[in-house]
Design a protein around this ligand. Structure first.
Ligand code: NAD
Length: 240
């Protein structure tokens, strides 16, 4: 199928659907300039003292908080990024009443910046931070505007509200995402390798016949898709 034919098919599926859910990952934000993990230019192809999964783990945060924050500030925080055509189109579909929820593995807050309202952040957000001792909340500037390990007035360590490797997902967020996906008449999955569990396992809740995968590379779920678009998600959604 040509790119034009698949875009037409995608448009027709959207026109026929009333409960669209989008499930996405780091690839949704690469066209905004944030690298993903598993693409050729992704974080996993770069060389560090420890593998990224180690540096972004709960155990590493506890034992090497200084090194954690150095890596985190350099590689996971992009203060001046803007939403791209994918984020903007999804927000537009929500305003039109077509799309009911964005379920994202991203932690960059770009869906909300684009205007999406129902955004289920499975892995949290770099924009929220909290004191591990007194639970006080802090914005992103507490992390970007400090050096070393950021500390609360009470002396507690401030931790980003992101789910580190080895930590569990928020059960309410997972439940809500599963509920939306099980009610969806169309599920658009994009910009994700579908390698990160338990997030990727949420796809099993979809029972409809309009599963669309928009991704640069193949995924383990390709054989279940009703439409596969191998291309950039911002360009693809920007054309509908
Ligand atoms: P991943 O890196 O494992 O996979 C990204 C996928 O997106 C790849 O299959 C790649 O081919 C595809 N891709 C890249 N650019 C694309 C584009 N423009 N259009 C279409 N497809 C594109 O990412 P993942 O599956 O989300 O899992 C990685 C984890 O890393 C997630 O848990 C996420 O929280 C985290 N992460 C988040 C960000 C962010 O918030 N922007 C950035 C890096 C990593």
């Amino acid at each position: 199928m040509s790119q034009l034919e698949s875009t037409d098919r995608l448009k027709a599926m959207i026109a026929d659907s009333d409960y669209i859910v989008f499930f996405g990952g780091a690839g949704v934000s690469t066209e905004s300039g944030i690298p993903d993990f598993r693409s050729q230019d992704g974080l996993y192809s770069q060389k560090y003292k420890y593998p990224p999964e180690t540096m972004l783990s709960a155990g590493f945060f506890r034992s090497n908080a200084g090194e954690f924050f150095e890596f985190y500030r350099n590689k996971l925080i992009y203060p001046d990024v803007k939403p791209n055509k994918a984020h903007l189109k999804l927000a537009e579909l929500e305003r039109l009443g077509k799309l009911k929820a964005v379920v994202t593995q991203n932690i960059d807050g770009l869906h909300q910046l684009a205007g999406s309202e129902t955004v289920l952040e499975l892995h949290g957000s770099v924009l929220r931070n909290f004191c591990l001792k007194c639970r006080k909340s802090f914005g992103i500037e507490t992390v970007t505007g400090s050096e070393g390990v950021p500390e609360c007035d009470c002396g507690g360590t401030i931790k980003p509200d992101v789910v580190l490797f080895g930590e569990g997902l928020n059960p309410d967020t997972v439940e809500s995402a599963a509920e939306h996906i099980s009610r969806a008449d169309m599920l658009i999955v994009g910009g994700t390798s579908l390698n990160v569990y338990p997030a990727a396992g949420l796809l099993r809740y979809y029972r409809g016949t309009r599963l669309v995968l928009i991704n640069m590379d193949a995924t383990p779920y390709d054989d279940r898709a009703n439409l596969i678009i191998r291309g950039k998600i911002g360009e693809t959604l920007g054309n509908i």
